[in-house]
Design a protein around this ligand. Structure first.
Ligand code: UD1
Ligand code: UDP
Length: 364
C-alpha cells in the first residue's frame, strides 16, 4: 500500500512528522512524501524537516505563492501528474491549507481514497479560507480523522457517515511531547536576552487581521499599550511583514521600544519561547492547541475558533481584533489572573499511532 502524504505549509510539518514515523513499523505501508512548496523559505519549511527528522520529500511540487485560485490550481496540476505517475493507494492530507484541499480534490477525481487528518473542526466562518478548505476536504474524504469529539459531532451533523469517522487525537501535540525536552535545551532565551516569564510571545498572520489596514492598526494600538507593561517578542510571518511595509506602518512599529520583532524561528526555539512566555498573543490555529497543552494563557485575536476545547477546557480566550479587549485581557493575565485548564484526553502524544492503526486496518 502506497500512501501519498501531503505537506506544504508550516503547520503541516508538525502534523505529518509523527505520522511518517508511526508508519515505519508497518512493512506493508509505504509513504510517498509530497511537499507542495506552498511555503518555501528555510524558516517556514526546511528548518522543520531538519529538526523534526522528516525525510527529504520524495516529490517536490515547488508551486510557491499566489492568489488562492492560482496556488490551488498550480498544486492541483502538479499533483495530478504525480498521482498518475505514482498511483498511490491513498492520499493523506493534514490540516486546512490550500495544499490540503488541492491534493484531496485531485485524489477524489482520480478515485483515489482520501484520509483527512484534523477532519471536522469548524469555525463556522466561511470568510476564512481555511474553513472553505476544511468543509470541502471533509466532504470528499473517505477516512475522517478528527482530533476530538467536536470534529466528530460536526461531521455527523453534516451528514457524513459514522463509519468513516475515527477520532484519533492531535498529531501536532504528538510532536510537542516528542520534542519538548529538546526544545527546552535551546539557547534562544539567552540569544534574545530574555528571562523566563518576562515577555509575551506574539504571532499574527490571518488575512482578516493583517490584510485589512484598520484591523491591523487596531491590533497595533493594543500592542503599543501592552508593550508598556511587558516586553513583546513578535515572530513575524512574511505575510504580516509585507503588509506592515505596504500599509506604511513600519515607523509606528519601530517606535515601540519594548516590541521585539524577530523572523520566524524553527520549532525548537519557538516551542522554548512558548514554554517560557508569560502569555501568548496570536491568531494561529495550532498555537491555541499548543498553549492549552503547555498551560500557557493564550489570547487569540479572532472572533471565532475551530478549536473550542481550548476555550472550554484550556487556557485560550478569544479577544478578536478589539483593542480594548486585547489590552484588558492582557492586563488580567499580568495581574495574575491568567486561565489554567486541561485538554482533551486523546491529545496524549499517540494520535499518529492511532491514525496508522486505523489506516492499516481499513486498507490492508
Ligand atoms: C497559509 C495558510 C494558513 C496557515 C498559514 C500558516 C492557506 C489558505 N493559508 O497562510 O491557513 O495558517 O499558511 O503559516 O493555505 N511567503 C513567504 N515565504 C514563504 C511562504 C509565504 O514570503 O515561505 C509570503 C508570500 O508573500 C505569500 C504570503 O507569505 O504570498 C502568504 O503565503 P500563503 O501560503 O499564501 O498564505 P499564509 O498566509 O502563509
Ligand atoms: N511556529 C514555529 N515558528 C514560528 C511560529 C510558529 O515553529 O516562528 C510553529 C508553532 O509552534 C506551531 C505552528 O508553527 O507548531 C503553527 O503554524 P502557523 O501559526 O503558521 O499556522 P496555523 O496553525 O495558524 O495554521
Amino acid at each position: 500500500m502506497k500512501i501519498a502524504c501531503i505537506a506544504g505549509a508550516r503547520p503541516n510539518f508538525m502534523k505529518i512528522a509523527p505520522i511518517l514515523e508511526a508508519m515505519k513499523p508497518y512493512p506493508n505501508l509505504d509513504s510517498l512524501l509530497v511537499h507542495t512548496g506552498q511555503h518555501y523559505d528555510y524558516q517556514m519549511s526546511g528548518v522543520f524537516f531538519k529538526e523534526l527528522e522528516i525525510p527529504e520529500p520524495d516529490i517536490h511540487l515547488g508551486v510557491g505563492s499566489g492568489s488562492h485560485a492560482v496556488q490551488t490550481a498550480k498544486i492541483m496540476m502538479a499533483f495530478e501528474e504525480t498521482a498518475l505517475e505514482h498511483q498511490p493507494d491513498l492520499v493523506l492530507v493534514v490540516g486546512d491549507v490550500n495544499s490540503t484541499l488541492a491534493c484531496a480534490l485531485v485524489a477524489a477525481k482520480l478515485h483515489i481514497p482520501v484520509a483527512h487528518v484534523e477532519a471536522g473542526i469548524r469555525s463556522f466562518d466561511m470568510t476564512m479560507p481555511e474553513e472553505v478548505n476544511r468543509v470541502l476536504t471533509d466532504d470528499i474524504s473517505d477516512y475522517l480523522l478528527p482530533p476530538s469529539n467536536f470534529g466528530r459531532e460536526n461531521l455527523i451533523k453534516e451528514g457524513i457517515s459514522e463509519d468513516k469517522i475515527f477520532v484519533v487525537g492531535d498529531t501536532m501535540i504528538d510532536t510537542l511531547f516528542k520534542f519538548r525536552e529538546r526544545a527546552e535545551q535551546t539557547s534562544i532565551l539567552t540569544e534574545l536576552g530574555l528571562k523566563a516569564k518576562s515577555y509575551a510571545l506574539m504571532t499574527l498572520h490571518r488575512p482578516a487581521n493583517v490584510d485589512i489596514k484598520e484591523n491591523l492598526i487596531a491590533i497595533l494600538d493594543a500592542i503599543e499599550r501592552i508593550q508598556e507593561q511587558i516586553q513583546i517578542v513578535f515572530a513575524i510571518h512574511p505575510r504580516t511583514k509585507s503588509h506592515i511595509q505596504t500599509f506604511g506602518l513600519s515607523n509606528r512599529v519601530a517606535a515601540m521600544s519594548n516590541l521585539r520583532i524577530i523572523d520566524p524561528v524553527g520549532y525548537f526555539a519557538f516551542l522554548n519561547l512558548m514554554i517560557n512566555a508569560h502569555f501568548v498573543l496570536t491568531d494561529s490555529g495550532g498555537m491555541q492547541e499548543e498553549t492549552t497543552v503547555l498551560g500557557i494563557p493564550c489570547l487569540t485575536m479572532r472572533d471565532t475558533t475551530e478549536r473550542p476545547e481550548t476555550i472550554e477546557e484550556g487556557t485560550n480566550t478569544l479577544v478578536a481584533n478589539d483593542t480594548e479587549l486585547i489590552v484588558e485581557e492582557s492586563l488580567k493575565i499580568l495581574n495574575g489572573n491568567g486561565k489554567r485548564g486541561t485538554y482533551p484526553e486523546l491529545w496524549d502524544g499517540h494520535a499518529a499511532e492511532r491514525i496508522v492503526e486505523v489506516l492499516h486496518q481499513q486498507l490492508v
